[in-house]
Design a protein around this ligand. Structure first.
Ligand SMILES: Nc1ncnc2c1ncn2[C@@H]1O[C@H](COP(=O)(O)OP(=O)(O)OP(=O)(O)O)[C@@H](O)[C@H]1O
Length: 512
């Protein structure tokens, strides 16, 4: 497929607000696409680079290159060039990157140059586009949209499903069944402001501890165990004690969902940073395991003995979990019959906080497991409310922080797929965090005036704050009071960051 076609459709999709028109435009595009174009076309439409990082900085991008008169570039040629770019390293890499970018831009028309520039800088991110693409794909291949959605959920990748569908038609959807050894995107939670709100919404429910560790999906098939993170990375080799625990369970073939957590000598949960450090360390696993031994705590069962449990009510899935997993390895919970039983739910929350955990997740008993989605039947309640925001830029520090990128510009998502800056912070950062962010943000840099470094909006950071106040300086009309960094959320994509809309909804006091 020609890049010009994609550029044109991308402009048309951005220009219309009608969902049905967007779907029709994408359906037309998919009908014309070769199956091998799809793994490139879908991320490009959403403003994502399949290669992740290209290492192309603003210096290279700011060079003007005369555009081509006629469109000739194909999306696969662009992708091949991006792959070459991502591989460039070592001495002379800056010049080599400049050469490759020059070659690419010189072969692109003016429209295409604009599109490619937006893609490389991360300017055009359209988070909502994947959902529209699912519908467009269903329309193009005459497959039922619900079946395409379920296949995407199970494959964990829209591109994989799209490629199979375009190559083999709707029959290909049968291939995407829940399979032990193939990870699925985990179900996520919505937020409720209190347990009474959550119980009021859900009725009969289980109130479970919310453990502040790392989400883990454990697959066992006989003697083989594999462990996956929330973003489906395989971390089996890093956590041998989890493999051991899974092999000691009664079942032979299962998929369980839970959290990896570590306790100190007094049985209190260790900090998230310690657990994240442990899960992140690939080298010398044995020493790391001695310093921070971790254990799994399970809260759901997705498959047992080859049976797919996803569509069963939570009560039945939990019964299977209890059959397999002994109580100490299951999350603590209280069953609550409904709002009349609210005292029991409050009491459980208080006891959970007293044990050092971060809050509770309230779960409807009848609900199925909605993999890859924020299900309405899981509501998290945390007394300390934080925001997940995206770093838009950073300022070079002064004094003790000279040479470090320090003051972060923080953005929330806007309805049009962009980001609105809400304020800045240089508080809450450890020295290790400063060093890490200086390096990482420079990799993401797309522009600088020597003081403020603008970056691709990719890094999600969790921010604590004391409230909002009105401000005419910021585009959303509000700014954060006393914002400070809690941690980086490398397991989250910018599309998952908080939106201006939800933030304003949570703070009626600042609404005009
Ligand atoms: N009992 C539990 N049930 C479900 N999730 C739990 C539980 N205990 C801890 N968790 C963790 O809490 C998360 C639920 O919140 P959510 O789905 O919104 O993810 P998140 O955005 O990563 O949340 P947060 O930033 O609040 O940890 C899960 O991803 C999981 O890692």
């Amino acid at each position: 497929m020609l890049l010009a076609r994609l550029t044109h459709v991308s402009q048309e999709v951005a220009a219309t607000s009608a969902r049905s028109r967007k779907i029709a435009l994408l359906a037309e595009l998919f009908r014309d696409a070769e199956p091998d174009d799809v793994p490139i076309v879908i991320p490009y439409l959403a403003g994502r680079l399949p290669q992740g990082r290209l290492g192309v900085g603003w210096k290279v991008l700011s060079r003007r290159v005369a555009p081509a008169a006629e469109p000739a570039l194909t999306v696969r040629e662009v992708d091949a060039l991006f792959t070459d770019l991502a591989k460039v390293s070592g001495a002379g890499s800056q010049a080599e990157r400049a050469r490759l970018v020059g070659e690419l831009m010189g072969a692109a028309t003016e429209d295409e140059q604009r599109f490619l520039f937006g893609l490389i800088t991360g300017e055009v991110r359209q988070g909502a586009l994947d959902a529209v693409a699912v519908e467009g794909l269903a329309q193009a291949t005459e497959a039922p949209p619900a079946d395409v959605r379920r296949a995407v959920m199970l494959a964990g990748s829209l591109q994989t499903v799209a490629q199979a569908l375009l190559a083999d038609g709707p029959a290909a959807l049968d291939r995407f069944r829940l399979t032990v050894g193939r990870p699925v995107l985990p179900m996520l939670a919505h937020t409720a402001s209190s347990v009474s709100e959550a119980v009021g919404k859900l009725g009969a429910c289980a109130v479970e501890e919310k453990l502040d560790g790392i989400r883990v999906q454990v697959h066992r098939d006989g003697d083989t165990v594999r462990l996956y993170t929330r973003t489906l990375d395989d971390i089996t080799d890093r956590l041998p004690e989890l493999t051991g625990a899974a092999l000691r369970l009664r079942g032979e073939r299962f998929i369980l969902d839970g959290e990896v957590i570590a306790f100190d000598a007094d049985g209190r949960p260790r900090s998230f940073q310690e657990i994240a450090g442990r899960v992140g360390s690939r080298t010398d696993v044995a020493t790391a395991a001695k310093e921070v031994p971790v254990s799994p705590v399970f809260f759901d069962a997705l498959a047992v003995d080859g049976r797919d449990l996803l569509d069963l009510p939570f009560t039945e899935r939990h019964a299977e979990l209890s059959r397999l997993v002994p109580e100490p390895m299951r999350v603590r919970r209280a069953l609550v019959s409904g709002p009349e039983d609210i005292a029991a739910a409050e009491e459980f929350l208080a006891a959970t906080l007293a044990r050092g955990h971060e809050g509770v997740v309230v779960k409807g008993l009848d609900a199925a497991y909605s993999a890859g989605r924020r299900g309405a039947s899981w509501l998290k309640v945390k007394p300390v409310h934080t925001l997940d925001l995206v770093v838009l830029a950073a300022e070079w520090g002064h004094g003790r922080r000279t040479g470090r990128l320090s003051n972060l510009h923080l953005g929330a998502r806007t309805a049009d797929g962009g980001f609105a800056m809400l304020g800045k912070t240089f508080k809450g950062m450890t020295d290790a965090m400063l060093a890490w962010q200086t390096e990482r943000l420079q990799e993401l840099a797309v522009d600088t005036d020597g003081y403020v470094v603008t970056v691709r909006p990719e890094l999600v950071v969790e921010i604590a704050y004391d409230g909002l106040q009105r401000s005419t300086r910021y585009p959303a009309g509000v700014t954060l009071r006393f914002a400070r960094v809690v941690r980086y959320r490398e397991d989250k994509r910018p599309e998952e960051a908080d939106t201006v809309e939800t933030l304003l909804a949570a703070h009626p006091e600042v609404r005009p």
